[in-house]
Write a protein that binds this ligand. Structure first.
Ligand SMILES: CC(C)(COP(=O)(O)OP(=O)(O)OC[C@H]1O[C@@H](n2cnc3c(N)ncnc32)[C@H](O)[C@@H]1OP(=O)(O)O)[C@@H](O)C(=O)NCCC(=O)NCCS
Length: 168
């Protein structure tokens, strides 16, 4: 186990210039603009109505207060926000996973590298033993990310599949 990272220390990835950093209230305008610019891309495989309706003040509050012990990371490439990975706190050592990239930054392995960095953080700093993700049926790009990271399908539901990655 490596030393736990400080709350807002960058999580490095294997890709040059790509790091993950906990989002703060300062990031809210950039985050909100990015969601609105990527609505068509994001809306293909999920329901983003609540996120689109969220006001700047609500997003600022969410990032400032870190509610529910969730950990929301921005993916930054050379200091530009290009996506997000969220660890959702579930049972004491189990976390859920949510993630997205801007349309323009897909197809380069950024998400695979980013989630690997978050898995390392979850194991080393949070003592996580498992990370779970749920993917809508037909979201092949997302399924491919989880396959590359050795997640295993544990439940097939009507409209989604649940995946699990055990950490040691
Ligand atoms: C899901 C999502 C993040 C996947 O993005 P992605 O770019 O396909 O994933 P990665 O960043 O890991 O890149 C993988 C692609 O880069 C390529 N690639 C290049 N170098 C790579 C590397 N070193 N490692 C892995 N993949 C690499 C892969 O071949 C793959 O390309 P392909 O789709 O043409 O086969 C993106 O489609 C997205 O944001 N979708 C909308 C939101 C969403 O669905 N979120 C998930 C909800 S469950």
């Amino acid at each position: 186990m490596s030393a736990p990272s400080a709350p807002n220390e960058d999580l490095p990835t294997e890709l040059p210039g790509v790091v993950l950093r906990r989002l703060t209230a300062v990031d809210a305008p950039q985050y909100r603009a990015l969601v609105h610019r990527n609505l068509v891309h994001l809306g293909r495989d999920g329901d983003w109505r609540d996120e689109v309706a969220a006001t700047l003040a609500e997003i600022e509050r969410r990032f400032a207060d870190h509610p529910d012990a969730d950990q929301t990371f921005g993916i930054f490439e050379w200091d530009t926000l290009i996506g997000q990975v969220t660890l959702v706190h579930g049972a004491p050592t189990k976390w859920g996973l949510g993630y997205w990239l801007t349309a323009a930054t897909t197809g380069r392995g950024v998400m695979t590298a980013s989630i690997q960095a978050v898995l390392d953080h979850a194991q080393d700093a949070l003592g996580a033993t498992a990370v779970l993700a749920s993917v809508s049926v037909g979201n092949d790009a997302s399924t491919a990310v989880l396959d590359r990271l050795a997640f295993v399908a544990v439940a097939r539901l009507t409209s989604s599949t649940r995946y699990r990655r055990t950490l040691h």
